[in-house]
Structure formats: C-alpha cells, structure tokens
Design a protein around this ligand. Sequence first.
Ligand code: SAM
Length: 302
Amino acid sequence: MLEECMAGLNLKRGGVYFDGTLGGAGHSYEILKRAPESTLYATDLDDYGIARAKEKLGEFEGRFTILHDNFKNFPAYAEREGIRPDGVLLDLGMSSFQIDDKSRGFSYLAGDKPLDMRMDKRVSFTARNVVNEYSAKDLARIFREYGEEKFAEKIAKNIVAARAGKSIETCGELARIVENSIPAKFRYEGGHPAKRAFQAVRIEVNGELSGLYEAVIALARLLKSGGRIAVITFHSLEDRAVKNAFRELETDCVCDKSLPVCVCGKKKEINVVTRHPITAGEEELKLNSRSKSAKLRIAQKI
Ligand SMILES: C[S@@+](CC[C@H](N)C(=O)[O-])C[C@H]1O[C@@H](n2cnc3c(N)ncnc32)[C@H](O)[C@@H]1O
C-alpha cells in the first residue's frame, strides 16, 4: 500500500512529516526521497529497528530526527518544539524484522526461545507475565478480543492447567498448548493454529490498542491546515479506533437542531478522504500475505 499511502499524504517540497511507526524505514525513506528538502520526524519503540533505520536513511542525514519513543507521546513533544507537520503516517503492528528474529519471542515458530514479544526492551513486562500471571478470564478476553479466537476459553483453561505444574517459558510451549486446545477439524483453518493467540498476547504486551483513538485525534490536530494523516491498520479493533477518531473530528456542531445558535462549540476539524478504507490490491496480496488484513484510512485537516 506504499503508493496509496504516499499519494494520500500529498507530499510536497519542503514539507514536514511525522512517521510514528518507523520500522524498517520503508515509508520514511520514500517520504524523504519523494519530497525534496522535506524534514522528517519519526518514532519507534524498537531500538534495534531504529539502528537499522538510521543506516537506511543515511543519505538524508540532517533532514530527519528519530525518537526512541511511543508515537502517542509525539503530540506533547511537537507542542514543546513548535512542530506542525504537513503529513502524519502510522503503519501499525509489527515489523518483519521483529517476527523474523526468533530471539524476540514474537513467533509461534520460535521453539525454545523465551516468551518475550516486547517492542520496547526498556519495559520489563513481557509475554511471559501475561501467560503465567493473567487469570483464565483475562486470558480468554484477550484471545477473544485481540485474537478473534473462537476457542479462547478452552485455550485459557489449558494455559492455567499447564502452568499449575511449572511456568510456561517458551514460544514452543505456548504454541503447543494452543494447538492442542483447538479441535482437530478446526486446527488449520486460517493459518497456523497459534497465530491468533500469539497476536493477542503481543497486542496486550505492547498495549497496542490502548490510547490509539486519543493518539489519532491528537496527531490529526497537530497538522497544518490542509495537512494529511494516513493510518494503516491490521486489526479490526485498530481500524475501528481510527474510524471513530476520524468520525469524531469530522463531526460539526452537535447541538439540538431546535436551538437557534450553537452552544456546544464543536467544530468540524477534518475531511475524511477515504470514505471506505483502502485495502491491498491483487499484486500486493500475492507478494505479502500479511497485507490481507491491511486497511488504509486518510483524512485532511481543515
Ligand atoms: C508495520 S511496522 C512499520 C513499517 C514501516 N512503515 C516501514 O516502512 O518499514 C510497525 C512498527 O511500529 C512500531 N510501533 C508499534 N507501535 C508503536 C508505538 N505505539 N509507538 C512507536 N512505534 C510503534 C513497531 O516497533 C514496528 O517497528
């Protein structure tokens, strides 16, 4: 969805951009290349990713500032520094280098690697804490809500039973418990049986959904007039948070129509550019199976 994203941002010479999810810097690189003399601010929680991204952006030295931080903190930083972007991009979720590096513990294929899944290594809370310390009720809730897992209760119950003897330490142990909790005839429906449960634990560990709605609102408000915000999501709850944030910003006066003048003071702040989210085309789907659930929404500041 790179082209749709770049087009959606309306890149321009000398513009100021914020990439909240730097990752492998694929999008950041294109912004700096396609918008001559532009300036880029970027955040990521992952310091390993940041080190790689700095190398990738080397040719644009002097035009970018990278912060090892949560994009949810950028509005406060921007206010302090007087930064008003022309474009904001969020490409939510995880980077391929995070899943490919088995020692990070994100993958259900990571065998004997410890359950970790932290994007930000400065935080001590890991997947091990979720799996060994959450009640069956809370585990079932995250599997159901964040993993859209049909067998959430059964998986939670089996985790609690398994950890009664000895704590669950590795990705392989968790993957096996999940796999054995799903009835054989449903086990290979929709990819690896542990895919949804691992996604759910990752979202919980990194607090990926908490504060997303508020962050989208605050980032959109930072934009200069005419500036664009583009958000790519991979999960229905993320997409709902973005859709609702855009709807809130797009709503004008909410006073009762019988009142002669507005008393609520609410003003429309954005125009939504994508009435329906943009999804991956056939070519991209062939190259990248992860793009199947990707949705891109774009809005423009008034
Ligand atoms: C899908 S990748 C981004 C890929 C990137 N657009 C590219 O072109 O390479 C998501 C990245 O966002 C980071 N991330 C996720 N949530 C974040 C947050 N709240 N604040 C900062 N970075 C975050 C992850 O560590 C990951 O590197």
